[in-house]
Design a protein around this ligand. Sequence first.
Ligand code: PLP
Length: 764
Amino acid sequence: MEIYLDANATTPVLPQARAAALAVMADAFGNPSSIHGSGLKARALLDEVRATARRVLGAPNGRLLFTSGATEGIQTAVLSALSALRARRQVGEAIPQRLLYGATEHKAVPEALKHWNALIGLDLEIVAIPVGADGRHDLAWLREQAPGAGLVCTMAANNETGVISDLDGIADALRDSPALWLVDGVQALGKLALPLGGRPARGIAVREIDYAPFSGHKLYAPKGVGMLYVREGAPFTPLMAGGGQEGASRSGTENMAGIAALGAVLAALEAGDVFASAARLADRRERLAAALREAFPEVVFNAPFDCSLPTTLNVSVPGLSAKLLLDLFDAAGLRVSGGSACGASRAQPSYVLEAMGLPDWRTAAAVRLSFGAADDETSIDEACRRLRACGESLRATCQTPSPEEDDAPRRTDLLTRFVVDGACCYVVADAASRRCAVVDPLPELTERLAQWMRCRGLALAAVLDTHSHGDHASSAQSLRDAVPELLADEARPEGLDALGWPTGHEVIALGTHRLSRLATPGHTEDSTAYLLHEAGELLGVFVGDTVMPGALGRSDFEQSAPNAFGASLKTLERNVGPDALLLPGHDYDDRFATTLTVECEAQPLLAGVLRGRLSAHAFAVGKSVLERSLPLTEYQTMVCGARIDCDRPAERVEMSAAELREALRSTTRPVLVDVREAYEERLSPADELAPERVPLSTLVGELPRWMALPAQTPVVFFCRSGNRSAQAARALRRLGHARAWSLAGGLALWPAETRPAGFEAMAI
Ligand code: PLP
């Protein structure tokens, strides 16, 4: 069963609210504008909900409009304020020149400011109000700017961090300001009292809120309903004109089912029998925080508890990316989010945490846990239990500094790939001898690799670079320095050449596995390929940047040997054959591995030189043309080759759950592969599917096995959400197995039914 800890993104619908909405749809479906009996009933309900809302919000006066949600409320408020400013300017009045918004506001606010400011031709300056490390507005700055502000927007509580704004302090800073004041009350509703309707701030009525938008779906009502409070006397311009509903303030037939549901939530708030008290919520936060500390002893909390909503915890864990934590929590059935939900599909650092001045690693690795005030105790207890299980799973799979078990590498762990911004580092680990070699170490991985090897009890036999990099110094020595106790004799720095190869050795032995080398000058003078063999069989070739999926390494910089490149490619083909698995130094498009045959299809230059159609010189000339305008890069300072075929539309590889069920019944049963990492799989094994388990990080080593399957055998990859499995399926298709698939939506849609804990138990 899933435990839903993403209440700041949206909440489930309270059973009372569901019942109220259904009753409206079933029985009281009238249009409140109609004057017959059905209409009058609907009108009565509308009036009743509005009256409840006024009591709950402490807003007996002013407008209280039902909207489609907070985004609409924000547009209406901004349009109203900006139209009033424009009207004043049109009659020749001098107006303030700035529009201010808190740097951590929900994007709906600055985007609405930009949109309406441009659209109505106001063209005022839009400026973010800085916040401190605690996420609260810089009141001194605001006080200084307040006289020149036409509109000030400050949220009551932040959706990512839960930080509660000092509204009394803001009211005081705006005491003598001409500015209108918008307070986004979305995350505060039901959790904090807002000073609407002139509640005196610090005992003196200094300033009233002019506009306050709210959203139903953040407080157990359905999506598509919200409210906007507008102070009596504050400027107002309708966003929507039409049939004159809501006293012509917001035309459009009312969303009666949504309003009825919101009414039920507001009634529950007023009755005080559904939502937990502030003290109880604070106790739940403490329990969750304790579980987090136990699971991840180094966890940091990104907002101070004493000025944030007790229902929000924003955390970062050193060494663990947000993506890893999200996958881990999801495997444990804990639904949390990275940063805010709107930004969740893009792996970008949180602008909210950036505005607070937190270090980069914390802004990029942040994860938010948010629970609702109507959640039950048992779901919090269960959440704590699962958080602890997450910590145990990481320790048991060597992902944290304090592992619990000694996890010897399995067969499928022979080859592990680590990727940083498209740059690939590989570890070859021989299970039997417990010896490993690292190829192309990356500075960002030093700590992680050291811990990974230590936890597995591996001896480090070699740290090899495939070339001396044009854009960064090798981190091989810092990796050796990080694990002196693991260094095998031949890996000691004294006897190594510049790329880390032990001088005088023909091969590096890792149990039954052997690494040998092959000079392939071109990308650099010293470019070298490393060949991995077992019992005479070639398992793969680390080719560095000589050949990448869809690109050849650039050869236009100082260390390059452009005229040797063509011959090196021929040498490579002669030594490894056209179909050997090539493991590249960069993989910008998640293709994992390639072969010369596949690359000849994609890259005419390569085909030309290998098939003898191009001389080494003509090849070098053609290549230099391609590289003439190579841009600066995603990794470090330069792109490592001209990419040829990355702009093709991605092939559709998704197979629906229904199609997979069908395929499982057919005579050629598909090969099912779970590509989740071991720490996820431990928490939620997909045993009923009886899959092979090949974490994406070890996928490269297994590709040849699936490439060799009969063409008609489907291979279906799956993961948590379908992203990683789609990468795997595309990679295998590119390598020639046309029947590679990815389970659409991953395990999240298989089986299709899930429901948050605690909700069925509630009486309707
Ligand atoms: N303001 C805040 C603080 C929010 O958290 C959200 C939703 O994430 C919104 C505004 C937008 O609300 P709605 O989804 O109702 O448009």
